[in-house]
Design a protein around this ligand. Structure first.
Ligand code: NAP
Length: 308
């Protein structure tokens, strides 16, 4: 199945690339991956996407992105790419045993939530430890929860959790937030939100039978530890780019982000382009991802024009 353009990933970047390449008559196929629509499908209100002055729910925004791409003929398939071979054109992309080939490939695989690296965290993931307040917040009605992190995600998750939980404690390793002023202010002004400054989680307490019952917090200044009782722990400590699949062929930086030519979507392999959170470690916004998806589509179109 040879295609002019294969798009891997279906967040704002991939679906914008799909709209543009479809409108350029390149009949793209989009492999949507395990989370069709990407990270915005597990968020709630998106208040900063231009064109929606009242805000819009993340899943609805992504449904609209998809519908717009499909309107121009993009084929979106709910499948996960398992292997690629970019050693020669047309480039090879496998979904299990099925081989697809593409004259050009656009990578828009996004990023996934980071974990703290504790054994107890992995053991209790899904049993009181979560990386998605939107998905699991509902289970914490009138409970006490901790949210780890000091960035915009932590503020957003903590604020969202106050809809259910009786108390939300941010656990932050420093004495000031990384989050934007406006989001930090909103969180700090919420009477249900409190902060454990200069603190990290050393160990999570509980079992799969009991769920999370508490955590041992460690003071990052003096190393002392204390026990904190809680019912749930939400991780909001950033993300890791989903680029393992490509590392044999594509140049990545030390954190795994795809390296692109400055200000462009070109990777080290001609005809393979990257956009969105898989290559952007600076802005990581829906709007910048969408913009970079548009750039990748235009770059792919120009590449195909000059090569075929
Ligand atoms: P982030 O900005 O990288 O913040 C991660 C936070 O987690 C930081 O406070 C960091 O502490 C802490 N952290 C990292 N590793 C840790 C560890 N192992 N243990 C304890 N704490 C750890 O990530 P983010 O909050 O997910 O935001 C990512 C991007 O998305 C940002 O550009 C943000 O603006 C954007 N975003 C925007 C919105 C919005 O506008 N609505 C919502 C969510 C996210 P340090 O501060 O000490 O490094």
């Amino acid at each position: 199945m040879n295609r002019k353009v294969i798009i891997i990933g279906s967040g704002p970047a991939g679906l914008t690339a799909a709209t543009y390449t479809a409108r350029a008559n390149l009949k793209p196929i989009v492999f949507e991956g395990m989370q069709p629509g990407g990270q915005l499908t597990i968020t709630t209100d998106v208040e900063n996407y231009p064109g929606f002055p009242e805000g819009i729910m993340g899943p609805e925004l992504m449904d609209r992105f998809r519908a717009q791409a499909q309107r121009f003929g993009a084929e979106c398939v709910m499948k996960q790419v398992t292997k690629v071979d970019f050693s020669e054109r047309p480039y090879q992309v496998w979904v299990g045993d099925t081989l697809y080939t593409g004259e050009a490939v656009i990578i828009s695989t996004g990023a996934s939530a980071k974990t703290m690296g504790l054994d107890s965290e992995m053991e209790l993931m899904g049993y009181g430890v979560s990386a998605c307040a939107t998905c699991d917040g509902f289970f914490y009605r009138d409970k006490k929860v901790l949210v780890v992190g000091g960035g915009d995600s932590a503020m957003e998750e903590a604020t969202f959790l106050t809809k259910f939980a009786s108390e939300v404690w941010l656990v932050h390793r420093r004495d000031e937030f990384r989050a934007s002023k406006i989001m930090a202010k909103k969180a700090l002004e919420n009477p249900k939100i409190h902060v454990h400054w200069n603190s990290v989680i050393d160990r999570i307490l509980g079992t799969r039978e009991t769920g999370v019952t508490g955590a041992i917090l460690k003071d990052t200044k003096n190393g002392s530890t204390r026990e904190e009782i809680c019912d749930g722990i939400f991780l909001a400590i950033g993300h890791r780019p989903n680029t393992d699949l490509f590392k044999e062929y594509i140049d990545l930086d030390s954190k795994g982000y795809i390296q692109t030519l400055e200000g462009r979507s070109l990777t080290n392999i001609p005809g393979v382009f990257a956009c969105g959170d898989a290559q952007d470690h600076i802005y990581r916004q829906a709007i910048t991802a969408a913009g970079s998806g548009c750039m990748a589509a235009i770059d792919a179109e120009r590449f195909l024009e000059s090569h075929d």
